[in-house]
Design a protein around this ligand. Structure first.
Ligand SMILES: [Zn+2]
Length: 255
């Protein structure tokens, strides 16, 4: 027994949970030494896995909740959210959140715009502190997306996901696949600036705000019902449409 400890358990982390382990320690049994009766959640987080990444825990073959107390010689299998095999029969809580709402950490401003472009309710401000992000996520039932594992280890966090990619466009794909949002995309239904809902607006109502060139060349307009920003099918729109086409192709290929 390791000095200072009187109990040990064997942990095995599956699939992408291994992303959080050192390279040499992935996809194999890990011996976890402990004292007293820690919860299985604390033991998992002590091994650097945010609890929000975990969907199913089996202790000696039986599903347990996060507050299960660890005992000497326990064998613990830990599975990520949406493992590829069907775990619906043994799952403890509700299934995939298709009506997903998000809140993003301050470093994910580009992803916030892309998520809104795809129609997902996304709260983002570049001056939010961690505790404000957590509070709002709980109050508004929003999933925290972050590249900061520290936030996800906070025990108040209920739903969160650690974004792997550093590229905003890849982050969007990653988020859609992770939360199985393929069929929930509503392209250009939300304002990329403020998250408000966009609705079509008659040209004559907003004509006075347009530059002459825009007014001459376009007839179809949309307006954010929150901030008033006006959208039309100009070059920016065309680029977004191309992005969307690429996204659809990628998602179709991903199955
Ligand atoms: Zn807006």
């Amino acid at each position: 027994m390791k000095q200072g400890y009187d109990k040990k358990a064997i942990f095995r982390f599956y699939e992408e949970l291994n992303d959080f382990l050192p390279a040499g320690e992935r996809k194999r049994d890990r011996i976890y030494y402990f004292r007293g009766n820690p919860s299985v959640k604390d033991a998992i987080e002590a091994q650097n896995i945010p609890h929000t990444e975990v969907d199913l825990i089996l202790v000696n073959g039986r599903p347990v909740s996060f507050d299960h107390k660890l005992k000497n010689s326990d064998r613990v299998s830990v599975y990520p959210v949406f493992e590829s095999f069907d775990i619906s029969g043994v799952k403890q809580d509700s299934g995939p959140v298709r009506d997903s709402r998000f809140i993003l950490d301050v470093h994910l401003g580009k992803l916030a715009k892309y998520l809104r472009m795809a129609g997902f309710d996304t709260f983002y401000r570049n001056d939010l502190k961690d505790d404000e992000i957590i509070k709002r996520s709980v109050e508004e039932n929003r999933i925290i997306l972050t590249r900061d594992k520290g936030i996800l280890k906070n025990s108040l966090v209920q739903k969160g996901y650690y974004i792997r990619s550093q590229n905003p466009w890849e982050q969007l794909k990653e988020t859609i696949l992770r939360f199985q949002l393929q069929s929930s995309i509503q392209f250009l239904s939300r304002c990329m600036e403020c998250n408000g809902i966009i609705a079509e607006v008659k040209k004559k109502e907003i004509e006075k705000f347009l530059k002459p060139g825009t007014s001459r060349n376009f007839d179809k307009f949309f307006r954010c019902t929150n901030c008033g920003r006006i959208y039309w099918e100009g070059s920016h729109f065309t680029r977004m449409k191309q992005y969307y086409k690429d996204l659809k192709t990628f998602l179709d290929d991903a199955g």
